[in-house]
Ligand binder design. Sequence first.
Ligand code: ADP
Length: 261
Amino acid sequence: LSVSTRVLPAGLDEDTTILYLVHDVTALIESERTREKLATVVSHELRNPLTVIAGHTELALDDVDDAPQLAEHLRVISGAATRMDALIAELLTHARGGFSAEPAWTAVDLTELLRLSLESFAPTAEARGVRLTADIESGLLVDGDAFRLRQVIDNVLSNAIKYTGADGSVRLVARTVEHSALIEVSDTGMGIDADDLGHVFEPYFRARSAQDSGVGGTGLGMGIVREILVAHRGEIGLESTVGKGTLVRMRIPLSDAWVLI
Ligand code: ADP
């Protein structure tokens, strides 16, 4: 809060009206902070893959006659472009006010969706030396937006893997609990400090443990995840211990549960 006062010229009597101007600048400061955070994300997170693309394009031009080497550079370029695409999607989702776009509502085979997401992260987990295991119940059906639900699982799994170092493990368990699909993603990673835990859904928030580790991120993923789950009448909760690991617990009503509600 800022208060502006003006000293009146001497010689004015009690009848003088004094005008105090009071401006609530909380929103202004907040939007300035958001702008700063956005600038950090864009400069760090988008620049990294862009540098990779620029570097490997140069190398690809040098190796243009060496097909296997050229293919390797193109693979790296493609991976960096995919990462940039995901980052931009996160920034846009946030800029548009989150999950406001009209969801494409259909019956979703959650079992299949979870298996596909898991499969897509197998190479990342392997590259980081993280053991990825799962126990997914068959026939889990929910109503919702398959693309958005995939975003949820991908975000949570990718966090679990990237915040877990080599020799750690990540486990995904999905089963029916009282007309809902209960999805639990647990990891043996760096964990989140108790003071930080309540903030992980805030836009651009990154826990101290994540910042200290040097692992990149926008701090937007978990907020988007929660919004999508809420739009599906679902829930999300986190339990974590620094140095031990994190458990993310999500609940989404099963298709038949909508009839009962
Ligand atoms: P980011 O892009 O930084 O990963 P998210 O919004 O996905 O952002 O997550 C917010 C913060 O929550 C992360 O920066 C990290 O500090 C913390 N976090 C989320 N998932 C995990 C996890 N599995 N283990 C440790 N920290 C996590």
